[in-house]
Write a protein that binds this ligand. Sequence first.
Ligand SMILES: [Zn+2]
Length: 605
Amino acid sequence: MVNKIPEELIEKIRTESDIVDVISEYIQLTKRGRNWFGLCPFHNENTPSFSVSEDKQIFHCFGCGAGGNVITFVMDIENVSFPEAVSKLGERIGIHIDIQNQSMDNRIHRYSKKEENMLNAHQFVAEYYHHLLLNTEDGEKALNYLFKRGFTREDIESNGIGYALPNWDSVAVLLQRKGFSPDEMVESGLIIQRENDHTYFDRFRDRIMFPIRNEFGKVIGFSGRILEPKESEAKYLNSPESPIFRKSEVLFNLDKARASIRKKRQAILMEGFMDVLAANKAGIDNAVATMGTSLTKEHITRLKRLVRNVVICYDGDHAGWEAAKRASELLYNEQMEVEVVVLPDKLDPDEYIRKFGPESFVQMIERPHAYMSFMMMYARRNKNFQFENDVLQYIQEVLEQLVGRTSPVERDLYIKELAKETKVSEEAIYAQFRKLDADFAKNYKRAEQKNTIINGPIQPKNLNATERAERLLLSHMLFDMEVVNNILRSEEPQPFVHDEYIAAFVRLIGFYEEYGTSDYQRFLEMLDDPELRRIVMEAALIERDPEFKEAEIQDSLKQLKKHRLKLEIEKLMHDSQEAERMHEHKKALELLQRIIELKRTLSAI
Ligand SMILES: [Zn+2]
């Protein structure tokens, strides 16, 4: 199945989409020497091993081996097919390509069939809820409520907000009629099975429905808000954990906020999706929220790919303060720059905006507290400096934050401030600090020793001689079609040993038949399997010496032949031992002679 986008257009889009620009929209890159580096979006890491070459217009990760060009990057990160990736890049530079009629056969299946069904069902149900809200009499009450809460029609449309009917089984019936498997739909959280008669009913009834999308913009769950709060029912009901909806990973609005986060070099982290929607209405478009869980390492990994600076804006109540302290420590320990907005009067962001207006909220967001200053505020809460105990406790808590974290200048600054606040002498505070610092250094050393043993850096896979030969041979094949032709005409028309190289070779033959010229970037784009792309990319990147091309090819072929002979000999040895055991002496002797011949050939290579 070959795509039908004209080759010239693909070429134009590829050359006009600068890889550094495109990748920068997804992860933060910094220039080091001739290349750009960042945290790899395809595996979890803390030190950047993902590099982008502006000259060559390719990317490569030294940690996990991912690699490719601008088009395959979009294919991988957005999980889309080749035509979709080209079309997305086209849109960026104002070229519209209609891919409606393109076959979806070459879609990469990163989602399993089951997950795909769940995503389709969610998309379908989201559209159904949205339609009910905007176009039916049943939805009127909910629609009026939203208008009253300050949502415009445009807000409702751009967020896909909807309404679930009070009926027990509208969605259950619809999904079954559409042919979705009831078991899968139960697992996805849209419907529930009754225990007594095993029939199905809708999870969400008579609620305003807010779709939750993953980072690629696909609907993976819902949060349903009750219209008239009752004692017996929670105000918000969220979809349960499912194969497509993992709360420890999802950041609400990340799909829409990504571009703005990148541009502003800052993400606003909130506690609830309603806060994000309120912030959006106030004109803040770089806000995301966790979905009913506290911040996890997985969330931080996703943020870290995009940005270093995170502004936490949680509720102003006690729980909000505690959550903000925990989240800021987590982010701080992950080397992020953390700042914290402290809302007054125990208000949440939504309430604050309604009370003081959007401008005032934007000002709050623009003037957050630095990490240490927030920590001092936190330590000061519920303390009365008239009591000596509270003063000592306060100094202790602030110093604990200072230890091992701050530069000498910052330390000086905060210790001076502490002295002024508490009327305790700077010298006394310093003495206390040095004691804590010594303890910390001891513990830190111990922890670090432990850490290096457990999570040492990922070592690039050590290749043996055979694998090196396969890579070098493939490399020459990628840059010169004649190398492939010569090998096809030789005695050994399939020289590779490992399955993945054989697969890449077969695909390359097909590519040359179709295109008649070498173009490894174009070839990469034709490969729908990321593992094959990895091999091809690595081969394209290694050092070839064009001057010694023939010698390198011959050496590689010899090495591969040796490997095959050794395998053959091993197999014959095994067979011959087997023949001996079965007392088939004649056969064993024949096998032995064959082994001797092969060994002779082997040593002649
Ligand atoms: Zn990687």
